[in-house]
Design a protein around this ligand. Sequence first.
Ligand code: GUN
Ligand code: ZN
Length: 446
Amino acid sequence: MNANRASEVTAIRGPMLSFRADPWLVPESEAVEYESDAVVVMENGLIREVGPANRILPGLPPGAALTRWKDHLILPGFIDCHTHYPQTDMIAARGNDLLDWLNRYTFVEEQAFADAAHAREVAAFFLDEQLRHGVTTASVFCTSAPESVEALLTEAVRRQMRILAGKVCMDRNAPPALLDTPERAVGETRSLLARWRGQGRAEVVITPRFAPTSSEEQLAALGALAAEFPDAPIQSHISEQSGEIAWVNRLFPNDADYTAVYARHGLLRKRAVYGHGIHLSESELCRFAESGAAIAHCPTSNFFLGSGCLNVRGLKNPARPVKTGLATDVGAGTGFSILQTLNEAYKAAKMNGVSPTAFQLLYLATRGSAEALGLEKRIGTIAPGMEADLVVLDPAATPLTARRMKSACSLHDQLFALMTLGDDRHTAATCLAGTLHLNRKPKSGM
Ligand code: GUN
Ligand code: ZN
């Protein structure tokens, strides 16, 4: 990888796509911003200016480094709003259902992360892999060991990535080595919140794993912590599989449904992102919409574990739109590629009788995830003042995509085929806070 210094004025030029608004809710003509020959000017980690090359180039400071990406596509950096770095080494492990898979692999694997050296090594690989796939921000589950958070955020700050990381809180229904207590969960999360505040672009997330692994007392304690830190992000899982939902109903018999368990403890609010949400009722979706809590759509994971097909169109009912982001959910998710995750998101929608456009899907992986995480004022769009996180895609990186692009009849057709067929080979470069990381060389000059 190659890098320039973020303090200089730098610029990249090429076709650019970004979103002004949500194309699930407003016409695409209003939501989509496309410029066939754009220049993005960056300084001090932020986007300073963006617009058509013929307007921006004359004002570019002399000596500003300009990289040109002809026949490529510049997008906001991808945002993976729900994933698990400790599951990197057990990705693609066969299981019966969610609970069997958790017990058989996940809870075994996660016990190794109290070892700081192991955690650092896996964290470094995980973040490099994200970067190689154009992911510039992610909200990541660590393990119940605070060392696992320390490892991930240390490596994230080194790379200038915007990483949100949570110490997983669980005090029941998991192996003893992974269990904390209500007091430890709060104490450790609180110290991590203090320790990482203002460190690079790191953020600590309040992270009860899911309702079955937290006692009533732990959820209450984490709810109180969340009330003390009203702007802190929260992450967990909800309504992924029928066996899990039935278990929650047995464990919390006085709550009307799964959502009520979290809502009763003050854990349903803006910046709270829940993985899956496949089987939520209309009443639960209304509470998500009212509270500003979000769903992380994890289609590769949902297919892999046989969990079901999320109906994003149903979430995006204009009468009560639920914020929705895209997520890989590694290691139940089957890869780091956001393009492949979108490919599967399309199929999940098709199983619900819906055919989303490439614009609607790419929105989920950029501005949609930023809104889910409450970070839409900083990341997820290409506009002046936003953080300079970008991904440069090569739509014709393989023999098949090169051939398919020749017959692409429109921008949409090109994007749709790229999203369906693309993978890491189609990520030419990733720009992190203005620093360009190259997977391969750009064409130079103006
Ligand atoms: N529910 C609780 N924990 C997990 C996890 O690690 N992965 C998935 N897919 N679902 C979960
Ligand atoms: Zn998950």
